[in-house]
Ligand binder design. Sequence first.
Ligand code: PRE
Length: 368
Amino acid sequence: MSTDDTPQPPLSLPEVRARIDGIDRSIQELIAERARFAHQVGLAKGPLAAAVDYYRPEREAQVLRMVVDRNQGPLSDEVLVHVFREIMSACLAQQEPLKIGFLGPEGTFSQQAVLKHFGRSAHGMPMASIEEVFQEVENGNADFGVVPVENSGQGTIQVTLDMFLTSGLRICGEVELRVHQFLLSRSGRIEDIERIYSHPQSFAQTQAWLRGNLPKAEKIPVSSNAEGARRARNADDAAAIAGESAGHVYGLRKVIMSPIEDNKDNTTRFLVLGRQLFPASGHDRTSVLVFIKDQPGALFNVLSPFARHGISMNRIESRPSHQAKWEYAFFIDLAGHVEDAPMQRALAELDAYAAQIKVLGSYPVAVP
Ligand SMILES: O=C(O)C(=O)C[C@]1(C(=O)O)C=C[C@@H](O)C=C1
């Protein structure tokens, strides 16, 4: 770079490309060097049994937060985080790729969440249901699982919460995914559409658009929007509402170019399921499940220990406990890690009122 203020003539195209080639060479050398160090970290962890033992979600979150803190543009945080995720994913896969169960088939938003969180070097395993994702992580066929838990517009996915009532699995991470819904069909022509296949959640997220634009089309609910895309590819008068990637997987075209979700901030939060608890990353969330009898002041008793110890509550939801009549389970998301002293004190106080407390997990707050 020049040290005086004299304007420099712009570089010619070959000159710019030569600079880019030089930078690429350096980046490549550095990536290889990083991979060698990551491999050494693996060796330092000792002879571990499987890929799952090398994975450190708290360290990955710290690496990504440093990327965001250093970023001064011109690329967005999201783009740089994606690049570094892929580098870490490849570094980890040097030991052995992680096996990740998700709600399939190929092309679902759950699969996008897997790619966003674990990168392309992980091995995705599509499952038929949320229950099966839990099962496969429990029995060790999958190292981790990714399941949807709430949507910004439509609220909680009850099946996921209810699975925790009986499952011994832990929450090891969360993923936030901006969800864009597209109208997809074989022909790409809106005037041909008489039926639309999709998951009920996707119909709910696009109901105003459908009322305004395709009020007469028959809406056929299916088990996933990828399944809807699979069905729509065989008929000219059918369409699917699904994510862009389902269109790629099933060879469908966008009927209109822009996304059709009613809420433009439409975001789904996914949980990463695993079998162990991980140490603090420095910016964590803790999810607990508290079983409590229906008695005067029950909710107050659940909430007050956290308030007394200055712990913010991000979310609370009650469900029938499935154990005894009129007994409830509260799912609570709290700021902080279960090893933090104030959290330990609050949980100890809560223990006096609760029939049972299950710490579902402490995990890094989602990185963009
Ligand atoms: O720091 C570690 O423990 C590593 O194994 C290295 C590394 C990385 O590439 O930065 C790879 C995988 C882990 O999940 C976390 C980080």
